[in-house]
Design a protein around this ligand. Structure first.
Ligand code: AMP
Ligand code: MG
Length: 321
């Protein structure tokens, strides 16, 4: 049985007991465990079916607690001051006395850290008083959850509880920035646009596109090519749509689809990010029920959160396996 919780103190108590608790953040729901407890961290990988080479992000109540576990330079401190709490994850060298289990970081000498901008998450983290390792609360490779119902679909029965915070406000995962190796490199586009980061610390190295960079060559082992995937095949940059396809629309929709979900009629990147994973889930479920051939996604051009949306769609469309 997976309990639905309202009180962040109950969530913290379960974490302390070594249990897995899904909790809301501004990006997507996370699947949390005490990052100092090897057995609890191992349970995260087991519940998700996540490969052990894919490291987890550690969540903290504030920057001081995060920087007690990793070495932060002036750039990291400037970014934390500007964007935390918020959807930015920093990859930094572990301190010698870092308490986070090596398994949580997949054995790397760096650790990904973040302070989420969500009142319930912060109240839980404060009450818990330690690092909480948390990937997205979905089965590995599947679409990330942005509501408690999504988490229940993915992990109901496999985890102790879900802290109910309603729908997530941002809807795509955090931006992951590597500050570990001297330069600054974008490992995953996300909730903080890279232009906003560059305004604080100067030029940031951009990743290869998902298509151009198969998983083994990536600096970030978790950036697997096939990810965030619905069951139905996804077709990108659709300029027309067939009668046996579901349509993921951005702006005025193409005519002729069997069913349509609108990301943002006004082509607003934030609205589209917030709706992305829920829309994919609904098209997938309804499209399978109707026996449709696949999902056609209209192009999502532009900056801001659009690069994160394009990244998720490209991975959702990538060949499986
Ligand atoms: P998720 O937890 O599913 O949101 O994914 C976390 C992302 O952060 C994955 O793509 C990981 O590969 C990446 N990540 C976490 N820790 C590190 C690290 N120490 N070095 C590089 N990438 C990391
Ligand atoms: Mg994930």
């Amino acid at each position: 049985m997976t309990a639905l919780l309202d009180d962040p103190l109950d969530a913290a108590a379960l974490l302390r007991a070594g249990a897995l608790v899904a909790f809301p953040t501004e990006t997507v729901y996370g699947l949390g465990a005490d990052a100092r407890n090897a057995a609890a961290v191992a349970e995260i990988f087991a519940a998700k079916g996540r490969p052990h080479f894919n490291p987890l992000i550690c969540h903290f109540a504030d920057a001081d607690s995060a920087f007690a576990e990793v070495r932060a330079d002036a750039r990291a401190r400037a970014l934390a001051a500007r964007f935390w709490p918020g959807p930015l994850t920093l990859v930094l060298p572990r301190r010698a006395d870092c308490r986070v289990e090596l398994l949580a970081g997949a054995g790397l000498d760096t650790l990904a850290v973040r302070v989420p901008a969500h009142d319930l998450a912060l109240a839980m983290l404060r009450a818990f008083g330690g690092p909480v390792a948390a990937p997205s609360a979905n089965r590995s490779g599947r679409v990330s959850p942005t509501s408690p119902a999504h988490v229940m679909e993915e992990l109901g029965g496999r985890i102790a509880a879900i802290l109910d915070g309603g729908e997530c406000a941002v809807g795509v995962e955090s931006t992951v920035l590597d500050l570990g190796a001297g330069g600054a490199a974008l490992l995953r586009p996300g909730g903080v646009p890279v232009e906003a980061i560059e305004a604080v610390i100067g030029p940031v190295g951009r990743p290869l596109s998902p298509e151009a960079a198969p998983a083994p060559t990536l600096r970030s082992p978790g950036l697997l090519l096939s990810h965030y995937a619905p069951v139905l095949p996804l077709r990108l940059d659709a300029r027309e749509v067939a009668a046996d396809e579901a349509l993921l629309a951005f702006g005025p929709p193409l005519a002729g689809a069997a069913i349509t979900e609108q990301l943002s009629l006004a082509r607003d990147d934030r609205e589209a990010a917030r709706r992305l994973f829920g829309a994919l889930r609904r098209l997938d479920a309804e499209g399978r029920r109707l026996g449709l051939r696949g999902i056609a996604a209209m192009p999502v051009p532009g900056g801001g959160l659009a690069p994160a949306i394009r990244d998720r769609l490209a991975r959702a469309a990538a060949p499986r396996g």
